[in-house]
Design a protein around this ligand. Structure first.
Ligand code: DX5
Ligand code: ZN
Length: 222
């Protein structure tokens, strides 16, 4: 695992009036990957991107894309999204019965397997899955909306997750998603996060250019 702290851009926060322009600026600014949220209006009370937009994005950029499924029936859609040459594919622990089966399937497709846990979900649900997961997605807000405030207890949760992995001798990515702001990034990284999802509170911060925002994050990480 590359230990570099990776900066991702949460695409639901981009300006869809000029998506290609935003993607060009993300590339120029040097983000490491695109975070692509899928919502079904059921697991979360909201809708956002879809498969067609994913395919469009894949024609516009070679940036690695990680898909985050916030849907009720991941088993139905994991095979669908796994065909789209993804860097990583995550689904919510709370939404799936056969988690180990889905994680193995994702890996078999040559994609990093990711599992997301809501702020209220304890880490012991991962006890027998710790070697099946490449990306531990710790939701730092309750999923479904950009622009929320971080759930403070999740910062400690990231630290606990990193300790669990170190005790098990496992090197894996810890991704944080939700209000990953300039203020919260130093704490989240020192707690053990390695993949940042930058949305309205950093990469797409109002009143700043994407280039300046990403540079500000790089300066914080330096
Ligand atoms: C929320 C999404 C996040 C969101 C982050 O459910 O999964 O990716 O876009 O946006 P901010 O940074 O505004 O919280
Ligand atoms: Zn997300």
């Amino acid at each position: 695992m590359d230990k570099k702290i990776k900066i991702g851009a949460s695409l639901i926060c981009a300006n869809f009036a000029h998506l290609e322009k935003d993607i060009r600026e993300l590339e120029k600014a040097g983000v490491d990957y695109i975070h692509f949220d899928i919502m079904d209006g059921h697991f979360v009370p909201n809708f956002c991107l879809n498969l067609d937009i994913l395919r469009l994005v894949k024609t516009l950029t070679d940036l690695p894309v990680d898909v985050h499924l916030m849907i009720d029936n991941p088993d139905v859609f994991i095979p669908v999204f796994a065909k789209e040459e993804l860097h990583a594919l995550s689904f919510q622990q709370e939404a799936e019965y056969h988690i180990q089966r889905q994680l193995s399937y994702i890996r078999e497709q040559g994609i990093l397997s990711g599992l997301a846990v809501n702020p209220s979900t304890p880490l012991n649900v991962l006890d027998y899955l710790i070697t099946d997961i490449d990306v531990f997605l710790i939701m730092t807000v309750n999923p479904g909306f950009a622009g929320q405030k971080i759930v403070p207890a999740t910062i400690k949760k990231v630290e606990h997750m990193r300790n669990l992995l170190e005790k098990a001798g496992i090197e894996a990515e810890i991704q944080v998603d939700g209000n990953v702001s300039f203020e919260n990034i130093p704490q989240l990284v020192s707690a053990g996060a390695t993949m940042l999802v930058g949305g309205t509170s950093s990469v797409f911060k109002k009143g700043m250019t994407i280039t300046d925002s990403v540079q500000k994050i790089r300066d914080l990480l330096a």
